[in-house]
Design a protein around this ligand. Sequence first.
Ligand SMILES: Nc1ncnc2c1ncn2[C@@H]1O[C@H](COP(=O)(O)OP(=O)(O)O)[C@@H](O)[C@H]1O
Ligand SMILES: [Mg+2]
Length: 661
Amino acid sequence: MTLRPLSLRTKLILSFLIVIIIGGVLSLSFGSRLVKNTIIDQAQAKVEHDLAAAWMVFNEQLSDIKEIVGLTAAREALQEDIISQRFQLLEKKLSRVRQDYGLDILTLTDSKGKVIIRTRNPGVVGDDQSQDEIVSLVPKKDGLAYPQIISREELLKEGEDLANQADMEFIDTPKAAFRPEKKETSGFMLKAASSVRAENGTLVGILYGGILLNRNYEIVDRVKEIVYKGEQYKGRDKGTATIFQQDLRISTNVKNENGERAIGTRVSKEVNEAVLVEGKPWIDRAFVVNDWYITAYEPIKNINDRIIGILYVGMLEKPYIDITERVMMTFTIMAILSVILLFVILYFATTKITNPLKKMVIATQVISKGDLAHRVKVNSKDEIGYLAESFNRMTVNLKTANEKLIEWGKTLEKKVEERTIELREMQAHLIQSEKLASLGKLAAGIAHEINNPLGGILIYSNLILEDIGGKSPYYENLKKIVKETSRCKNIVRGLLEFARPKEPEASLINITEVVDSALAIVESQTLFQNIKIKKAYASDLPKIVADGAQLQQVFMNIILNAAEAMDGDGRLTLSTSLNEDGSYIEAQFSDTGHGIKEEDKKRLFEPFFSTKDVGKGTGLGLAISYSIIQKHNGTIEVDSQIGKGSTFTVRLPVIQEKGHE
Ligand SMILES: Nc1ncnc2c1ncn2[C@@H]1O[C@H](COP(=O)(O)OP(=O)(O)O)[C@@H](O)[C@H]1O
Ligand SMILES: [Mg+2]
């Protein structure tokens, strides 16, 4: 599977989102921990505070007992009754006190600790309480009140019902520490003792009273009432309090699954270890009976400073966890909403960036297809705007360069065409020259052979003509022979001139003078009577190095041809000039004659090419002219239009010689 490359926008959005999501998750997890810690810490602090309140209730109860016992013991009547041994009356009075103040026991001993009156169980008296932890201290120290573990044996003396109230089977508690026993038979009592003294201060008896806490829920319920005001959470008590005898719940408002007080269950091993063994308070969450609580446990100590139980308060953890969760939920929802909001913002923000880029990409595609007139329309005044601007500038330059290139291409084509034409002309010229040269050789051979016999014929026929005189009947015929022979001789001479032209005898000449002299020679002929001559000579022409006689012959030829082409009626224009850069001189002859056919133009300079009647033209004039001009390194050209006239142009190089510029 190949992945499509991500677009710029996706990359931008993704990278932003990744940063935000990572940041969000981190702050969420830190935040949640912080929130949880703060809330739980606060709850914990509150529980600690609640434990202090529970201690107040607990100690209040203890001091209440102490006060009742103390005040009762201090009554004047009591010592009198003891001294006077009014035991029946005493028992009545003390029972009344016990019932009025809600004490479980109220017992009187003599000064030695032997029980005289047991208000709860009057039948059992005479036993010795002097070894009791608290009672034993009374003679030295008065007004003692302490929690105390009371054995079943002792409880039975105070009343069988009390022993039964304390008797408690252990209920299996999974997290509790192991104990070999299966039940608890002793009781946990808040007990106070006071001395009864005669007026002179001698000890006459000891009064002790107390409340058994096993299955007595007054303290724990008062704590719940005072501290938690009976608050509930989802049908359950939010706050709880417990009194443990060792690790056993003997008084509690923590409920079990059936909604009953969870007495008989035991504290978890951890708490047991910390509080009962090490004597330290436990302030933490703890699993209590069947749920998690935020708890505080502290040891309860007896008069000998031995740990005999635990006072506990705890709050259901659930409400706090729920608050934390609600807060976290709010956080999470806010975070998700922010991410969505951010995504939307990013989406539009990146559009601002990517849209101009897209435009640019499209523009490059359009331009690469050849439309150089295309422009990117981006107006933003930022980096992208500048980019678009440079891009457009680049396109303009590209367009100009392209146009120049096309133009150059065209010029090049034209140049190539021109050069090709020139080359073709040159080639034609070359062929012409070669052709002329071979023709010349042939002609020269023949002319040479014929020239001598012709000379003989001419000499002898002239001699005969002189001899016979004008009266002879052969005279006219002989004269014709002489005339035709002279004509032959002229042709042959012309041929020889063409074939073996004389080397030009170079001298400094003025071309205008040569043209003019050529005209002067032929002008007198009748052929020129009706021809208008126009002269357009340039003044100050540089002199050239050439054979004046030969050039004169060439110009005469051209002028005569022109006159013949005009049939003696028309206009002949002669001009001389220097070309632009002064490298050659031009002599031009324009007539208004019949012109030259296209196919004849090519053959004009061939020897014997003539369109004139037999006897009139030899066809050698231009052939000879051509070879003379060639010898002078010049050119001869024709331009002609049928019915309008022809122009012959002779060009001769100007040889720059010192002193002759
Ligand atoms: N000015 C001109 N106008 C028209 N045709 C011309 C002109 N000059 C030369 N010709 C043509 O060139 C041919 C060759 O000329 P040339 O060599 O002088 O021989 P010729 O004059 O004896 O015919 C002429 O027969 C004529 O057809
Ligand atoms: Mg001629």
